[in-house]
Ligand binder design. Sequence first.
Ligand SMILES: NC(=O)c1ccc[n+]([C@@H]2O[C@H](COP(=O)([O-])OP(=O)(O)OC[C@H]3O[C@@H](n4cnc5c(N)ncnc54)[C@H](OP(=O)(O)O)[C@@H]3O)[C@@H](O)[C@H]2O)c1
Length: 291
Amino acid sequence: MPKITFSRFVAGTMSWGQWGKEFSHQSMSNLIDYYYSSGITTFDHADIYGSYTMESDFGKAFKRAAVQRDKVQFVTKCGIQYLSENRANEVVHYDTSRAYIMESAEASLTKLQTDYLDVLLIHRPSPLMHPNEILEAVQRLKKEGKILHFGVSNFGPSQLDLMLSEGAIEVNQIEFSAVHYAPMFDGTLDRMIQHQILPMAWGPVRSYFNLQEDSKKERLELQLLELTQVYDCTVDQLLYAWILKHPARVHPIVGSTNKDRIASALRAAKIKLSTQDWFKILIASQGHQVP
Ligand SMILES: NC(=O)c1ccc[n+]([C@@H]2O[C@H](COP(=O)([O-])OP(=O)(O)OC[C@H]3O[C@@H](n4cnc5c(N)ncnc54)[C@H](OP(=O)(O)O)[C@@H]3O)[C@@H](O)[C@H]2O)c1
């Protein structure tokens, strides 16, 4: 099995197409080139993005980009059955059956115009999932060379334990940020360190910019603004630096399509946030000191 290698920052494609910016294939291609030339080589997808259209748009855009397939990594997900004009679903639900995982992975290969997926993730834990059934599909896809690695997304500690009881998990993609820090305290990140599961963090900055809770926003804003002076940096860079300091080696997924913001995110890797300043941000977010 090849060693799993991703860029430390991952490019999230969720809002490139119908679920956001509605870029042309040429603009997506330019964005792929920009991400690649910035050193971000891992691209995150899901079958459902853009109401089941984003993988196919990306596949077409990638053909125009000046990047070779073996220089980048494609991560995609399956398991959510979404409401879409492209599906006959009556309600959003999850499907982690062997047949559905196989079918969805095959569809992702076709849409992304690739022979293999670097990683396939189960998008959300289903109350109806059985680890044996999922891993049967995974073994088959690996044997056929269609996926190189397997992971999950939004799995908490008990769900990780359930999967680990039958086989290895290589990635867990979770919501994690200075605003949404629960995975540090509910056992999720502990389990991931223990079992060498690589964490990817979605919502690394959006959770702050969209924060509705006034008191929390005010506390964080004050603290972050003070630290921007200390580190001569921006608020979003501090939010990334806070994530990067966690010992689980969390890989933030950058959701922005704005080149200045992407470049700014990368500069966060140079910030050496002190332990006390890291705690100041946590305390501002929690609204209380640590005991
Ligand atoms: N596994 C899962 O369940 C799951 C769930 C959600 C997302 N994801 C993945 O994670 C990726 C990233 O998630 P995310 O979109 O939540 O990432 P994010 O990077 O936290 O947020 C990106 C959004 O925040 C805006 N933004 C960024 N910097 C900003 C700033 N300085 N001021 C104001 N707005 C700012 C961006 O707008 P601009 O584009 O205009 O900069 C964009 O709308 C997605 O693309 C997807 O691949 C996975």
